[in-house]
Design a protein around this ligand. Structure first.
Ligand code: NAG
Ligand code: NAG
Ligand code: NAG
Ligand code: NAG
Ligand code: NAG
Ligand code: NAG
Ligand code: NAG
Ligand code: NAG
Ligand code: NAG
Ligand code: NAG
Length: 458
């Protein structure tokens, strides 16, 4: 490996000082040479000592990686001559300043990574000189402000990651009208002002999770948006607007009510609203919704509104950690995954419970009912009408199980197809003769299909 690198650089550097390749990895890729000095204990002086200029003489350097070297000062004079450099990775150093010189001179730079440095603020106007920069990473710094010293600035940035800073103000966004991916997570935003994002007509993915937002109004967001991550804020008011969003994460907020106009999110495929205070779910129709997670809310029954009629595409439904009195499915539902975990408020699964639940057409269902510390009774045949792929009944409070429980469809099929799994571990079974069937019938089959499910099965 080293010989190949050495050979290829022999050609690159002729008789020049080539010591950078003795310390760093030097590669030729199809887009040009790449020098990787990640974590080489370089510090400032060593970087200065390399003759970067000669490296660039015969074939333009494409990418330079200086990450994790405790660099405090950049070798500006040398760097700025790497005219055709496309990627510069300066992450994980001790830089407290972005020199406009670098941007002014590296006219072809597309990808600049300054993440995990010591920047306190930054004048975004400087970017106007970096005409080809399309990806800029400023995450994990200490910025509480992005200044804009000159008014008339626009950039061609498509990806901007400013997560993990202390920003409060979005005034810098008008500089980046072409942005497609924006990461504002882990900052101190309390609001997304009306006009700050609305006109970013190319924005597809927006992360504003882990901030201090109090409300969320989709009317303030552009129509182009496809994925919105707003988890871990303090949102208690949410308002919807016609949009093409397909992924909405609003888990771990303070929402107690969702209004009917959620139905305006016509393209929505995934909705995660776990960790809020919902006590009901609105009557809405979402034709594309595939995944719905309403875990850790304040629901006492499984809402009737969650039905195949309202969500014809629903495949995955999770409703763990609520205050469910029972887990009866009250409307027809066809699913691939159904999950109820960590619920201390129901004790019994009776004949009625799952009559309205079955697998999706030409498929099978995975049911997880586990870690429900009071669940002690399950009546026979409750799964009989379903085509089950896997059944997880672990860590509940069952002392015994009716033998007819497992007269389920898949169970009667060819065991050696190993298509299904049954997990009964972590229940306080009392082993008397009525559980003998587990030993006689289930255990031998489990042993073939999945012996590790037997470890904690007593
Ligand atoms: C920015 O850098 C951080 C830390 O190195 C990394 O986790 C993140 O994925 C980068 N962002 C983008 C958009 O590549
Ligand atoms: C702003 O920039 C545009 C395009 O570069 C230019 O046409 C316009 O005159 C500039 N306006 C001012 C006030 O500098
Ligand atoms: C920020 O979000 C972008 C996608 O928009 C992602 O690529 C990047 O990894 C995220 N940054 C961090 C630090 O997670
Ligand atoms: C939920 O949000 C709170 C406050 O932002 C945070 O402390 C907590 O860790 C979050 N929980 C999860 C599961 O992310
Ligand atoms: C959505 O419904 C809420 C509450 O009913 C209402 O305040 C809001 O104006 C509605 N939004 C739209 C876009 O209709
Ligand atoms: C919803 O969010 C919670 C909390 O972040 C996470 O644990 C869960 O896996 C998510 N649900 C889905 C279906 O992705
Ligand atoms: C949760 O529900 C209970 C009873 O249904 C109610 O007393 C309580 O106020 C609700 N909590 C929230 C935050 O809505
Ligand atoms: C259902 O469980 C089986 C067995 O664990 C697994 O192979 C399959 O991928 C699961 N189905 C889904 C939709 O996750
Ligand atoms: C079970 O399936 C295996 C492999 O698919 C097949 O070889 C075997 O003949 C089947 N046995 C029965 C009883 O159908
Ligand atoms: C076995 O134990 C269960 C639960 O304690 C009890 O309902 C059942 O009657 C017992 N069966 C026999 C044969 O002792």
């Amino acid at each position: 490996m080293f010989n190949i690198i050495a050979l290829s650089l022999l050609f690159l550097c002729n008789e020049c000082l080539c010591d950078i390749c003795e310390v760093c990895g030097c590669f030729t890729s199809n887009v040009g040479p790449i020098i990787d000095c990640h974590d080489r204990h370089l510090g400032t002086n060593e970087v200065l000592n390399f003759d970067l200029l000669t490296l660039d003489k015969h074939q333009s350097l494409n990418k330079l990686i200086f990450s994790k070297n405790n660099i405090v000062l950049l070798p500006l004079n040398e760097l700025k001559h790497l005219k055709h450099l496309k990627g510069l990775d300066l992450s994980q150093n001790k830089l407290d300043n972005i020199h406009s010189d670098i941007l002014k001179n590296l006219n072809e730079l597309e990808d600049l990574d300054y993440s995990s440095n010591l920047l306190w603020d930054f004048d975004i106007s400087v970017l106007s000189t970096a005409s080809s920069l399309s990806k800029f990473n400023l995450s994990y710094n200490h910025m509480n402000n992005l200044e804009k010293s000159s008014k008339n600035v626009t950039t061609k940035l498509k990806v901007f990651d400013v997560s993990h800073n202390n920003l409060v103000d979005l005034n810098f966004l008008d500089v980046m009208p072409e942005l497609e991916y924006l990461n504002l997570s882990f900052n101190k935003f309390t609001t997304l002002p009306v006009n700050s994002l609305l006109y970013m007509q190319h924005l597809k993915i927006l992360h504003v999770n882990n901030n201090q937002l109090l409300s969320l109004n989709l009317q303030n967001l552009p129509l182009s948006l496809l994925e919105l991550y707003t988890e871990n804020n303090f949102i208690n008011i949410i308002s919807f607007q016609k949009s093409s969003i397909h992924t909405l994460n609003i888990q771990n907020n303070s929402i107690s009510n969702i209004c009917n106009n959620l139905t305006l999110l016509e393209e929505l495929k995934k909705l995660n609203i776990s960790g809020n205070f919902l006590s009901n779910f609105p009557e809405v129709f979402l034709k594309s919704l595939e995944t719905l997670d309403v875990s850790f809310n304040n629901l006492t029954i499984i809402p009737e509104t969650i039905s195949i009629k309202n969500f014809p595409s629903l495949r995955i439904f999770k409703i763990s950690g609520n205050h469910l009195k029972d887990i009866k499915i009250r409307s027809e539902l066809n699913l691939e995954i159904f999950e109820v975990k960590f619920t201390k408020t129901f004790e019994k699964i009776d004949q009625e419970t799952f009559l309205m639940l079955k697998e999706k057409k030409n498929s099978c269902i995975n049911i997880t009912i586990s870690n429900n510390k009071k669940l002690s009774v399950i009546e026979e045949n409750v799964f009989r009408h379903m085509n089950i792929c896997s059944l997880d009944l672990s860590n509940n409070y069952f002392t015994h199980l009716p033998s007819k429980l497992f007269n389920i469809n898949v169970y009667n099929k060819n065991v050696s197809n190993l298509k299904y799994l049954i997990n009964l571990q972590g229940n306080p079974f009392i082993c008397n003769c009525s559980l003998q069937w587990i030993l006689n019938e289930l255990v031998p089959k489990l042993y073939i299909t999945n012996p590790n499910f037997l470890e904690d099965l007593r």
